[in-house]
Design a protein around this ligand. Structure first.
Ligand SMILES: *[C@@H]1O[C@H](CO)[C@@H](O)[C@H](O)[C@H]1NC(C)=O
Ligand SMILES: *[C@@H]1O[C@H](CO)[C@@H](O)[C@H](O)[C@H]1NC(C)=O
Ligand SMILES: *[C@@H]1O[C@H](CO)[C@@H](O)[C@H](O)[C@H]1NC(C)=O
Ligand SMILES: *[C@@H]1O[C@H](CO)[C@@H](O)[C@H](O)[C@H]1NC(C)=O
Length: 261
């Protein structure tokens, strides 16, 4: 009994230490063409902007804002993935993102951070409502599917379906779906655009992302394409919230990363 009690105290301690640390993102991008100093007005404005994003994003899962004047004005966008909106994981993801982006890009006025559950970007250039595929990242599983021809056909049909879903106004840029490939194997996929995009821009971003996974991921069992304006993913294991919460948090050890520019 005594040992049990000690164990639970230890577990509580470990949990509380962990919870003060912000979780690692899937990826980040610090634009080295936009260097600033930590003591600049822009830097102070970024901190104020991030505070606005942190307090306003969780309620609807999406928020854009700007802060400051003239040369020092900064713009920001934060968004949770469509199926994560309304959950506690949406707000904690945005909090982590705001903390980590400043740690990872302390000297840049233009930075982007991607988590599986959320996305955050700020810049001293106004970017809201503009499609951005200037910088992208691909993660793919090193394993290949056993029947590429059938897989590609099924994946193509599924992605066409969820792209159409994402473009329906009520779905605000998010589409997800699954297809049984065999009694034991199910293919899961989702697409997500940032909510500031027009239907046409969302469709354009998704088309570019899909083109990239087709050429780069080929017959891979899983693939993720991350852009500033959209995110596309497919896997042979569950990835929708909340089931995918742990399996998808971090990059699997044998995943391969590539930068698209
Ligand atoms: C910005 O700073 C980084 C180091 O943090 C440096 O490598 C890079 O060359 C700088 N960029 C410009 C445009 O000066
Ligand atoms: C953003 O900041 C960078 C670095 O200070 C500067 O070179 C660039 O002109 C700024 N862009 C705008 C649109 O203000
Ligand atoms: C999967 O296919 C690629 C491309 O054909 C190949 O380079 C890679 O080695 C394959 N992976 C495995 C685990 O067989
Ligand atoms: C998530 O983690 C729990 C406990 O670590 C495990 O039982 C469960 O199978 C995991 N779920 C997925 C989808 O990996």
């Amino acid at each position: 009994m005594k040992i049990m009690r000690h164990t639970s105290i230890l577990i509580l301690l470990v949990l509380s230490i962990c919870s003060t640390e912000a979780a690692d993102p899937m990826a980040d991008f610090c634009n080295k063409d936009n260097n600033i100093s930590k003591s600049s007005q822009i830097s102070a404005n970024i901190d104020a902007l991030l505070a606005q994003l942190v307090s306003n994003t969780a309620s609807t899962g999406f928020f854009t804002s700007s802060y400051g004047k003239g040369q020092a004005q900064v713009y920001g966008l934060a968004q949770c993935r469509g199926d994560v909106v309304g959950s506690k994981d949406c707000s904690s993801c945005i909090q982590d993102a705001a903390k980590q982006i400043r740690q990872r890009c302390p000297n840049q006025a233009d930075a982007t951070i991607w988590y599986d559950f959320c996305f955050l970007r700020y810049s001293n250039k106004s970017f809201i409502g503009e499609v951005d595929t200037s910088y992208g990242i691909i993660f793919y599983n090193t394993g290949n599917v056993t029947d590429p021809k059938k897989f590609k056909k099924e994946l193509g049909a599924l992605v066409d379906d969820i792209k159409a879903q994402a473009l329906e106004p009520k779905n605000v840029g998010f589409g997800k779906g699954e297809t049984k490939l065999s009694p034991l194997v199910t293919l899961y996929a989702f697409v997500q655009c940032t909510r500031d995009l027009s239907k046409l821009d969302c469709s354009q971003c998704l088309a570019i992302a899909v083109e990239n996974y087709e050429t780069i991921c080929g017959d891979r069992k899983g693939c993720r394409v991350l852009y500033g304006s959209c995110y596309v993913r497919y896997e042979l294991y569950p990835i929708f919230y909340p089931v995918g919460s742990n399996s998808s948090m971090n990059v699997v050890a044998d995943d391969i990363v590539m930068i698209l520019v």
